[in-house]
Design a protein around this ligand. Sequence first.
Ligand code: FAD
Ligand code: UDP
Length: 382
Amino acid sequence: MSTIIAGCGFGGAVVARQLAEANEKVRIIERRNHIGGNCYDEMDAYGILVHTYGPHIFHTKIKEVYEYLSRFTKWYPYQHEVVANIHGNMVPVPFNLHSIDMVFEKEKAQRMRSVLLKEYGENARIPILQLRQHENKEIQELGNYVYENVFLKYTMKQWNQRPEEVDQSVTARVPVLISEDDRYFQDPWQGMPKEGYTKLFENLLDHPNIEVELGKDIRDIMEFDFDKKKIYIDKKEFSGNIIYTGMVDELLAYKLGHLPYRSLKFDFEHKDMEYYQSKGVVNYTVSEDYTRITECKYLTGQKCPSTTIIKEYPSAYKAGESEPYYAILSEENKALHKQYEDVLSDFGNFYLLGRLAQYRYYDMDAIVKEALDLAEKLKGER
Ligand code: FAD
Ligand code: UDP
């Protein structure tokens, strides 16, 4: 039995490893000239390990995923913290009880704290739009402050939509946190691969049954016969399984229309100073055209005399001109994706996997879990 996988991000690489260990020959076709998908990291010209496609911090509630990846990496015990630069005040995000103390006068902050703790309890996570509708005027004021100073401009930059226009699940990723925990994530397992993501991927792919071809687009070797429901690879009928982790609209030449995505441009700047900012990520929530600045050294723990920062500029995605980083979730877009999925489901040996192919806002751990589950399903069907 042999399997072809298009794309060598976490989706493709994990499913490849699982099938390879079950004695299948796996051929991975990756159109970039490197492995790792958007998690790829590399040394820059100054010897600083940078995340080429923006900051990636591993965090999960899924023990199975943490244990699985721990087979391929040791961990640097990093706990991610983010601050929002609100007119020069560096306020913890998610907005929490410390943040309240930093922006409201003492007595008002005390009153807000006690209402929140009484009503929601410690460690509760309240979506920002919910607080704005609270009956207590001071809690409403808090909701409005966070809306205006943390969410409005950042979300307009990131999505070109107001917070109430984007899918609620998106802003709910960063709720108001009823806690003094300044970490960005509260998941039980978090950290960074000790030698970087690329090394983790090298270890994942290091198996005699896995062959990786870089710089090749699956569309150049794969054809669909929609009448006979057959797939051809290199002009020959292919009866093994094909797992595809790219965009479905692009794969089918946009025959049902374009699926919208948001893109990003990353600006790397080297600075001749040990550290540039106080945390790994600073969000620019009331100023600037970029959304955030990442200083990779905080994430990786690397010690050296100079530093590199990454500024993220969001933009519209244009096929062939930019990279599709974020699916724009809406009922309409999800329905279009479903139509593509239905067309492809006619092919019994073709599977969609990953953030692009499934048109989802998936973190790394969710993709690893999907890949582990798909591999189990495919092994069960043999
Ligand atoms: P990808 O990593 O995108 O891999 C897909 C691969 O398929 C790509 O390498 C692509 O080149 C290849 N491909 C596409 N089409 C074809 C084709 N036709 N032929 C051949 N190859 C093809 N997650 C976290 O958990 N923590 C974070 O901190 C975090 N930060 C993020 C920051 C940014 C800016 C972004 C964009 C994402 C972030 N994520 C984070 C999410 C994380 O990147 C994804 O969950 C993960 O990379 C998805 O893996 P994947 O395999 O689905 O897709
Ligand atoms: N967000 C915001 N201000 C912030 C942080 C997040 O407005 O300081 C909103 C914004 O709409 C963003 C969403 O919350 O797209 C999700 O943020 P997250 O940090 O989870 O995004 P990612 O890390 O995936 O870029």
